[in-house]
Design a protein around this ligand. Structure first.
Ligand SMILES: *Cc1c(COP(=O)(O)O)cnc(C)c1O
Length: 335
């Protein structure tokens, strides 16, 4: 599930540790501040956003987006699907907002026919749910007082000319969360929260202490220069290099899905939407199946009270034929 990191990010992480730049103060992070501005201003337009900042993960990015929804957008409740990431629940608990959970359809997407009124709500849509990689109907963005899109997993597909349309509609959101430590191949603690109107959002989520030269924006105080490893990766690979890997991984997921669909010993839950396959053996349990492949290769998820096997296309160096062979071999074992 956790993508491997390119070596250039290890070098940048060492360099970051040696300089120990702190994004809280521009004087202590002259280059990191510029690097973050460059990366954010390059990435934000892919999502229709103006700007934003790095944070230590999409749990915090979601909390920050929903915080802005409350204090800049004036929302009174949060509406999301039952497949949303648990960080949405955490944010509601921390922010004292009511959470309304909407069922999903047969492909794991928020069922828009079951939405409550949204005029005082922050609608949280997921682009790539944790269990099944499903993408909520993003055309709903803009239908609520505030729309936050949790694109922690699938957000980087926006860079791919082939797959970008999967996230069409995202540009009408008010805020977006993207994890760079997933499909942008960064070491952990790297994510972004982006805003369509960054001035208004930042005004609501900033504090200016006397010792700060500029206001402290967002949830974290001192934070690392996570933009630097990402900038280095983007310079080294280019957009093309990122896209090549993402397109390959989408192809891996399709190949795995095709092999599963053809097997009479396996049931495919549904065609993969964003690189995640969910399936199960016909005459054994999901847990036994996971035991029959190398450790860490597959995980499980629970859908509608039943346990399924889950395969995440996260490693662009993976040999797709080997993955298919191991899955088919496990399906032939009497587990
Ligand atoms: C991983 C994930 C999160 C949480 O992000 P972290 O970076 O692990 O904090 C939130 N939402 C979705 C859809 C995710 O896949």
């Amino acid at each position: 599930m956790d993508p491997p990191t390119p070596w250039i990010t290890w070098a940048m992480a060492l360099w970051n540790a040696s300089l120990n730049q702190n994004m809280l103060h521009e004087m202590t992070s002259p280059f990191a501040t510029q690097a973050e501005a460059v990366v954010v201003s390059w990435l934000a337009p892919y999502f229709g956003m103006q700007g934003g900042h790095f944070c230590a993960g999409s749990t915090i990015a979601n909390l920050t987006g929903i915080w802005a929804a409350r204090d800049a957008g004036g929302v009174k409740k949060v509406v999301t699907s039952q497949a949303a990431h648990l960080s949405v629940q955490k944010a509601c608990r921390l922010l004292g907002l009511e959470l309304v959970v909407v069922p999903v359809d047969a492909r794991g997407r928020l069922d828009s026919s079951q939405l409550p009124t949204l005029d005082d709500a922050c609608l949280v849509l997921t682009a790539g749910t944790t269990a099944t990689g499903s993408v909520d109907p993003l055309e709903l963005a803009g239908a609520a007082k505030w729309t936050h899109i949790d694109a922690a997993w699938a957000g980087p597909l926006r860079l791919s000319p082939t797959h970008s349309a999967i996230l069409d509609g995202i540009e009408a959101a008010d805020s977006v969360a993207v994890s760079a430590h997933k499909w942008l191949f960064q070491p952990k603690d790297s994510a972004l929260v982006l805003f369509r109107d960054v001035g208004t959002a930042n005004a609501a989520i900033s504090f200016g202490g006397g010792y700060l030269v500029r206001p402290n924006v967002g949830v974290q105080g001192s934070r690392s220069a996570a933009a630097i490893p990402l900038l280095a990766t983007l310079l080294a690979w280019g957009r093309e290099g990122v896209v090549q890997r993402l397109d390959y991984l989408m192809g891996v997921a399709d190949a795995v899905a095709n092999a599963i669909a053809k097997s009479d010993r396996l049931t495919l839950w549904s065609q993969p939407q964003t690189g995640i396959n969910v399936f199960r053996p016909v005459d054994s349990t999901a847990a036994a199946f996971v035991q029959a492949v190398p450790d860490g290769m597959l995980s499980t998820c629970v859908l509608g009270g039943e346990t399924w096997v889950r395969s995440v296309a996260a490693n662009p160096s993976v040999d797709v034929d080997l993955v298919v062979d191991l899955i088919l071999a496990a399906s032939r074992k009497d587990t």
